[in-house]
Design a protein around this ligand. Structure first.
Ligand SMILES: [Zn+2]
Length: 170
């Protein structure tokens, strides 16, 4: 496996709309594994291919800390097929906006269909944190970052703070 470099705001590549994959083959499985390794190395709970500069609709998530029975998820072509009317505001963070967080309103529950690492179609009912993570990661595939949900002024501050963190880590 290879650890990849996570792009950070305001990198324009984070704004690309990702293309669906034709099928989950060995190339996509390798990408999924590399995303997993990168996510674990950076202590994240989710990572989208867009965040490493690969505009394909592929994401990985690991929420086993919160859902002990849920295995790490390797996901291609996710599609939200239902959203609850009820929403909830919680703090979100993102490896592309290092060391920052902000409150974001998301649908409390959703249904998602996707292809797993074996190219098998799966459908999952997600609530709370799992639903939030799916919405956050699927946003990345459409070129959206969670800071888009805060005011322009707050967004500018978050970007500046994240840039400062990146500079200090170099
Ligand atoms: Zn993110």
């Amino acid at each position: 496996m290879t650890r990849l470099t996570v792009l950070t705001v305001p990198d324009p590549r984070l704004r690309l709309k990702a293309e669906p994959v034709a099928q989950v083959d060995d190339e996509i499985r390798t990408l999924m594994n590399n995303l997993m390794e990168t996510m674990y190395a950076d202590d994240g709970a989710g990572l989208a291919a867009v965040q490493v500069g690969i505009p394909k609709r592929v994401i990985v998530m690991d929420l086993t800390d919160h859902y002990p029975t849920l295995k790490p998820l390797k996901i291609a072509n996710p599609e939200i097929t239902w959203r609850s009317k009820e929403t909830k505001v919680e703090l979100e963070a993102c490896l592309s906006v290092p060391d920052q967080c902000a409150p974001v309103e998301r649908h409390l529950a959703i249904k998602v269909k996707y292809l797993d690492e074996n190219n098998i179609l799966q459908e999952i009912d997600a609530e709370d944190l799992l639903a939030r993570c799916f919405q956050h990661e699927i946003d990345h595939l459409d070129g959206k970052v969670y800071i888009d949900y805060v005011s322009p002024l707050k967004r500018q501050i978050l970007i500046q703070r994240a840039q400062k963190v990146v500079r200090m880590k170099k």
